[in-house]
Design a protein around this ligand. Structure first.
Ligand SMILES: *Cc1c(COP(=O)(O)O)cnc(C)c1O
Length: 402
């Protein structure tokens, strides 16, 4: 059997840095200063600079970054926040925790980001903010979003959990809105060895408010001006992130190369739709390389058509030693947790069709060209007719042309 290629390989990255990271962490352990120390402050400065912002506010994780961002903007009950149904749940949890209403807008079938041309129709007098997500590392259509925000006096919060280092019209993601939220979850393009997150902004007052909210509402110690929470980025995670940060640009460039290698290797692969790899106005950082497996390939060998082609392909890839993952199988408007908002299956046909077809292939900077080719060859074998699939009948989903 050929080499195993996992969907993700964090150990391999760690081994490149092992002595450097372990020494840095040991220094923190020996320093006696574990929370809100110099490393955290340095990290805030460096991430803010990378994001084209004056301020960075370290928090406990990316979800808290989103929660605190909406809180700092005084989003509250009765407000509406426009976002995408095709993202990780944390984006929408943040809106729901404020008792505001998430208002979903369908996605673009090519970029998988919110379809900015549909946003204006969703704006009402209660709309307070738009929350685009730069999904899989690709910046959303920010010009259209910012023009609408201007026209209707709305706030914009970027969920930049997956696109640190990406650019849109030569400006870094994170600098394109009032507040942007970053996650340093271990699997992200810049990952900690635990949880960590950050909010970045160019707004002095919002930065000050966020610093207060993340620390129990205190400006002065033990004087609580308002309700707050405990959400801090600790020194161990900060020093790990500081040690890795100088490599981020190189890693993102390598992810781009890997995406191009996949693109070449998958030419002629039947039954899949590879992602678009080149954009004239934005730079993708390939948090994920996500293909779609067409519904037509769904006929399983034993004739039961009840499973998605995607699940069959995942199983077969796994048997050949190739990892894959589905981000995200269920769009958020159809999740039980968000049922109170009254959405139904059928409301966002593109998001629903995409969610039923997407499959993310192994993507990390350490992948070699030989490994990419092995993934592509295995995938071709798995999806083509005669390799365990009954001859496929292409039944294009009504909403997705290809
Ligand atoms: C990872 C992620 C988050 C949450 O970040 P955590 O650090 O895991 O809390 C939020 N939004 C998106 C789009 C993400 O990918």
């Amino acid at each position: 059997m050929s080499e195993q290629i996992p969907v993700l390989n964090l150990k391999e990255q760690y081994q490149q840095f092992q002595s450097q990271l372990e020494e840095a962490v040991l220094n923190v352990l020996r320093s006696g200063r574990y929370i809100l120390g110099d490393n955290g402050v340095r990290l805030e400065g460096q991430i803010a600079a990378l994001s084209g912002c004056r301020h960075g506010i370290g928090v406990a994780n990316g979800t808290d970054a989103l929660n605190l961002a909406l809180w700092a903007l005084d989003i509250e009950a009765g407000d509406e926040v426009i976002t995408t149904p095709f993202t990780f749940a944390a984006t929408v949890e943040a809106i729901a925790f404020r008792r505001a209403k998430p208002v979903f807008v369908d996605i673009d079938p090519v970029t998988y980001n919110i379809d900015a041309s549909l946003i204006e129709k969703a704006i009402t007098p209660r709309t307070k903010a738009i929350m685009p997500v730069h999904l899989f590392g690709l910046p959303a259509d920010m010009d259209t979003i910012l023009a609408l925000a201007d026209k209707y006096s709305l706030k914009v919060i970027e969920d930049n959990a997956q696109a640190i280092g990406a650019t849109y019209r030569n400006r870094p993601t994170g600098s394109l809105s009032h507040l942007a939220c970053i996650s340093f979850y271990p699997t992200k393009n810049l990952g900690a060895c635990g949880d960590a997150g950050m909010v970045v902004t160019n707004d002095d007052a919002l930065a000050e408010r966020l610093r207060v909210l993340r620390a129990h509402g205190m400006r002065k110690r033990y004087y609580h001006d308002e309700l707050g929470v405990n959400s801090r980025l600790d020194e161990v995670q900060a020093v790990i992130l500081l040690s890795k940060l100088p490599y981020l640009a190189k890693w993102n460039a390598r992810r781009r190369e890997v995406a191009e290698l996949y693109d070449k290797a998958l030419v002629g692969c039947p039954n899949i739709v590879p992602p678009k790899v080149s954009f004239s106005d934005r730079e993708h950082v390939w948090h994920q390389y996500t293909i779609r497996v067409k519904d037509g390939a769904a006929q399983s060998s034993n004739g039961s058509a009840s499973r998605h082609a995607r699940e069959i392909v995942m199983d077969k890839l796994a048997k050949q030693g190739v990892g894959s993952m589905c981000y995200y199988p269920v769009p958020l408007h159809t999740q039980t947790a968000f049922k109170e908002y009254g959405y139904r299956q059928g409301d966002f046909p593109i998001a629903e069709a995409v969610a039923s077809q997407v499959l993310s292939l192994p993507m990390y900077p350490e992948l070699t060209e030989a490994q990419v080719n092995q993934v592509a060859i295995t995938l071709k074998e798995v999806v083509q007719d005669g390799a365990g699939f009954a001859p496929h009948k292409l039944t294009p989903s009504p909403s997705l042309a290809n």
